[in-house]
Design a protein around this ligand. Sequence first.
Ligand SMILES: Nc1ncnc2c1ncn2[C@@H]1O[C@H](COP(=O)(O)OP(=O)(O)OP(=O)(O)O)[C@@H](O)[C@H]1O
Ligand SMILES: [Mg+2]
Length: 387
Amino acid sequence: MQFSNLCLNNVNRLFEAMVGIDQVLEKLSTVIDPDLKKDIVSMGMIKDLELNDGNLKFTLELTTPACPFNVEIEDDVRKVIGEITDLKNFDLKVTAKVMEGRSLDADTGMASVKNIIGVASGKGGVGKSTVSLNLALALSESGAKVGLLDADIYGPSIPLMLGMKDGFMEVEDNKLQPADSHGLKVVSFGFFADQSNQAAIYRGPIISGILKQFLVDTNWSDLDYLIVDLPPGTGDIPLTLAQTIPITGILVVTTPQDVASNVAVKAVSMFEKLNVPIIGVVENMSHFICPNCDEKHYIFGDGGAKKISEQFNMPFLGEIPLNSGIMAGSDLGKPIMITNPDSPSADAFRKSAKNIAAQCSILAAKLQDEMTSESSNEESMPEASTS
Ligand SMILES: Nc1ncnc2c1ncn2[C@@H]1O[C@H](COP(=O)(O)OP(=O)(O)OP(=O)(O)O)[C@@H](O)[C@H]1O
Ligand SMILES: [Mg+2]
């Protein structure tokens, strides 16, 4: 009798605890991720939840360490949990696990790379390489694992921008080992000094072959984001990237003048025709910040990139100032994200990087939804008759 009373008490306690967990989840499901527009419970962001005698503990797992709303989401979580009476203790851990923004099943060659972002432009000299490098550094600073592939085989500039003119890559077990710089895994044709001098004479299939090798035959190890700095325009290299492997999407870099001359539009149209998602557009050399009064001057006109973002219905992800520090950093091998991290220019890169990471999470969530609905369609298909 005593034993069964004990059991009953335990069951009651368990029941109370279960009701408590329901209550916690109900509260948490009112917290909406502003980017994904979904609640954090159904997105699976709550992990290792424990509730014992009024002591609540769980991990909030964000979809990227560069989430622009991480503070807001954490504040909202604390607020709704604070509304639950009878809690004695609340222990919250916040982590991030980057979502897969590309179908890894369809790409066994690069299955350890969760997101691939191609950086493209309509014409040359708009600052793709500068933007690619500083964005990669900003993502890495947030805690993500980042690689940078300099896919400009005709004119590799990343080694110079990283001060790695004499850098090289080793080959181990038939795989290229990327060079390391400021925490980034870097691959560039510029590391093959002898061959890169010949690049100008290489044509279509050879160029495509080199890019494919850089993508697939490199030991990237686990990466959250691989940034691919493309040559300008719509030639063999952007085409090979779009057609060889599934990528998360394309980031378009423009300058106000580039928008005015309408060349950015050509690049966007090509990737759209190939069904490659466009992550959004960043406007480089967008404005000049006066060092005396801190005022922004839109020397080449205001709102150009916003206009193409509206025209193509793609997100506008940020504007990078025209700044001699950015130029000197690129030319001297000392990127501004490293040499002057507190500058407005570094902040502009950080802000754009967060918006890009958020867009990758949105594309990843969309992909997940598509895969779930595909697999549930397959399950509901009648079995093929064998007779
Ligand atoms: N925001 C900026 N402010 C000042 N200078 C910049 C800025 N962005 C890039 N630059 C400078 O503009 C020049 C071209 O930049 P970069 O090489 O990054 O362009 P790109 O689009 O990669 O060129 P390409 O088409 O030749 O590959 C470089 O000298 C770089 O230092
Ligand atoms: Mg370049």
